[in-house]
Design a protein around this ligand. Structure first.
Ligand SMILES: Cc1cc2nc3c(=O)[nH]c(=O)nc-3n(C[C@H](O)[C@H](O)[C@H](O)COP(=O)(O)OP(=O)(O)OC[C@H]3O[C@@H](n4cnc5c(N)ncnc54)[C@H](O)[C@@H]3O)c2cc1C
Ligand SMILES: *[C@@H]1O[C@H](CO)[C@@H](O)[C@H](O)[C@H]1NC(C)=O
Ligand SMILES: *[C@@H]1O[C@H](CO)[C@@H](O)[C@H](O)[C@H]1NC(C)=O
Ligand SMILES: *[C@@H]1O[C@H](CO)[C@@H](O)[C@H](O)[C@H]1NC(C)=O
Ligand SMILES: *[C@@H]1O[C@H](CO)[C@@H](O)[C@H](O)[C@H]1NC(C)=O
Ligand SMILES: *[C@@H]1O[C@H](CO)[C@@H](O)[C@H](O)[C@H]1NC(C)=O
Length: 561
């Protein structure tokens, strides 16, 4: 198509002059930066600028898998193939690229400019500049998005991670809610809020990973966590948003003002309705929790029989409000931990002892930790959580499925067989992680009035991801082959086994076919209408997010319609 059909990119004549960029820089108080990837210090040069610095390179290599450090970076994505794996440090040390990869630090798929915003005015300035100059915008908070929506070539990145205010308010909401609220800036992560809430004997509903943002992709894509079995979807917790719209206006969206936008921001699409500058969420008085770790380590048929026994009873756990956080590979299932909010040890044992008895009867090798009781969730989180899965900086291709209670009930054995078939397809390259939890256990919302999420969220048994690990530094053809395997060989096995299920828009395959219905189901037409109302010119765009279908990133990396 003609250039007017594309967002203006750095290789186009329409790209803003240095003078324009510097005037934007003044507007944002010097917070505009040219992107130089942190790993450039491990290479001779970047864009002709000498960059090598062995001491700094060692520091970058040592922090690469630290997700707090990664969240602080200006633009690089935590899942590194979304930058074309560019300028990666060799984690084995000694500088330079990972073994066998080209010794060149290129722009890759990274943006040229980023605003490290510290307040709503910086965000407004960025939106206005991008809008006036027809630039692609990428919104980047923690960079956790393993579907790649928080990075992109040729864009102006608006980084929200430095908006870090946290304000608790003990005043009760009027709707019968028993707790107060907490208002957080767009950059706040769960690890910033959790300890503050726990110290006040409060809980907030967050994810299992401490470095995910509270007000960004999590709530706009739905959000789920260890307390979802009693408090619902992450987005159900929001009571207000402040948001910069496509026209540069900063507005409040809650149940009184801009209520359609409020609803859409609760799970209806990430990075597409506007840029959230702050959000307010419910808090709850803490409840006691019980936890246990279960490991099944066995081989072949016996391993998968153990998985089947555990998995097909998901409803027994979820109907009690439980949550099981698990990781799995052929021969090894680790549920660390099971979380049972507000259950007694006796109530927990009544559900779990029959499971353990069945595993024993089937002669499956497993270990169960002692059942532990804690006065509040925070104590369990600090004592029991499996933390090694929080590492950043890997090149993983992700897929996932939100498996419904109905599918587990009607075809649980087939689902476990599909996991096994996926694992067997590329031995050693396919791993699984997930959460047995039903966010609809207590919060039903049959008409989707509270949150703009797929109805399957309220009838979920397992929110699952799988990881496909490709060889390092792939070229474009190898990359395409990897994507094909994920979408059409691996995901398809799971899709076929779960016809009444959905996909969590934050934890799935970015190339999911018919993503509109897989991610949002029957609410999609309504959220799309709201997108068109608030952003008629598509100032905001994120792949496979609401309203993105008219545009695509071409092979030349330009975003065009
Ligand atoms: C290790 C790990 C564990 C996870 N665990 C959980 C879990 O337990 N539960 C769960 O529900 N999810 C979990 N997730 C998924 C997580 O919720 C998503 O990756 C989410 O999109 C991250 O949001 P972010 O704002 O932190 O990250 P980013 O990658 O910076 O942003 C994600 C998306 O949100 C958009 N966005 C960010 N900020 C804003 C804003 N202020 N306004 C508008 N759009 C914005 C971005 O453009 C992008 O599309 C996990 C992810 C990882 C990597
Ligand atoms: C913006 O201004 C700051 C402070 O003067 C400067 O350090 C930075 O390099 C400028 N950014 C660009 C892109 O020139
Ligand atoms: C991880 O990064 C954060 C932020 O840079 C830093 O404060 C912390 O010390 C790092 N942790 C480790 C183990 O290096
Ligand atoms: C991406 O990486 C591959 C492999 O290193 C390389 O061939 C290709 O040119 C890179 N593309 C960009 C845009 O940097
Ligand atoms: C916790 O359990 C008690 C006793 O069963 C019940 O009254 C209370 O409502 C529960 N609280 C929550 C938050 O589920
Ligand atoms: C149970 O499994 C072990 C190996 O894990 C095997 O040696 C033993 O024969 C099995 N017993 C039965 C009764 O199947």
């Amino acid at each position: 198509g003609s250039s007017s059909q594309c967002k203006c990119s750095p290789v186009d004549p329409c790209w803003p002059s240095n003078q324009k960029w510097s005037s934007l820089n003044q507007t944002v108080g010097g917070r505009l930066q040219r992107v130089i990837p942190p790993g450039a210090v491990c290479y001779d040069s970047f864009n002709g600028i000498p960059t090598a610095d062995p001491a700094k390179c060692a520091a970058v290599a040592s922090q690469w898998t630290n997700s707090t450090w990664m969240a602080d970076q200006a633009t690089i994505p935590m899942t590194t193939h979304f930058s074309n794996n560019t300028c990666e440090p060799n984690l084995a040390g000694g500088g330079g690229p990972p073994a066998g990869c080209p010794n060149q630090c290129l722009q890759g798929f990274l943006s040229p400019y980023v605003i490290l915003a510290e307040n709503a005015n910086h965000i407004k300035a960025g939106v206005n500049f991008a809008q006036q100059n027809n630039l692609r915008i990428v919104i980047r908070n923690t960079g956790h998005d393993f579907m790649g929506r928080s990075s992109g070539w040729g864009a102006l990145v608006i980084n929200t991670h430095r908006l870090n205010s946290i304000q608790f308010d003990s005043k009760r909401l009027s709707d019968g809610h028993t707790g107060g609220t907490v208002k957080v800036g767009a950059g706040v992560m769960f690890q910033d809020v959790y300890p503050k809430a726990w110290a006040r004997n409060l809980d907030v509903l967050g994810g299992e990973c401490p470095t995910v943002g509270m007000a960004g992709g999590f709530v706009q894509g739905g959000g789920q966590g260890p307390l979802s079995g009693i408090y619902g979807v992450g987005s159900d917790q929001a009571v207000s948003f402040d948001v910069v719209l496509a026209n540069g206006d900063l507005v409040t969206a809650n149940d009184k003002k801009n209520s359609d936008l409020f609803w859409a921001l609760k799970g209806g699409g990430m990075g597409t309705f506007g840029i959230v500058t702050s959000a307010t969420f419910k808090t709850y008085p803490t409840v006691p929790v019980v936890g246990m770790t279960l490991i099944i380590a066995d081989q072949g048929d016996k391993f998968w029989e153990g998985v089947r026994i555990w998995y097909t009873q998901a409803s027994k756990y979820t109907e009690k409000g439980m949550y099981h956080w698990y990781s799995m590979a052929d021969g090894f299932l680790q549920v660390q931990p099971m979380v049972a909010p507000n259950l007694t040890v006796a109530e927990f044992n009544a559900v779990i002892n029959p499971l353990l008895a069945q595993l024993t009867a089937a002669n499956v090798s497993y270990t169960a930790s002692p059942v532990q009781s804690f006065p509040k969730f925070g104590d369990l989180y600090e004592a029991m959580w499996e933390k090694t899965h929080w590492a950043s900086g890997a090149s993983i291709y992700w897929g996932g499925r939100m498996v419904s209670q109905r599918d587990v009930r009607e075809r649980g054995d087939d689902i476990v067989a599909a996991y096994r078939a996926m694992s067997d397809k590329y031995p050693g390259q396919v791993l699984f992680g997930g959460h047995l939890v039903n966010p609809g256990n207590k919060v039903k919302d049959p008409q989707q009035k509270i949150s703009a999420v797929h109805p399957v969220w309220r009838d979920t048994a397992d929110i699952e991801v799988f990881l496909y690990l490709p060889p390092p530094c792939q070229n474009a053809e190898q990359r395409a082959e990897t994507e094909r395997r994920v979408t059409y060989e691996l995901s398809s096995l799971l899709r076929d086994a779960t016809p009444n299920s959905a996909v969590y828009p934050n934890e799935g395959d970015i190339n999911e076919p018919n993503w509109q219905s897989a991610f949002w189901g029957s609410v999609y037409p309504k959220v799309l209408k709201i997108k068109k109302k608030y952003d008629p010119k598509d100032v905001f765009w994120a792949k496979a997010s609401t309203g993105s279908e008219g545009w695509a990133v071409r092979d030349d990396l330009k975003l065009c319609k």
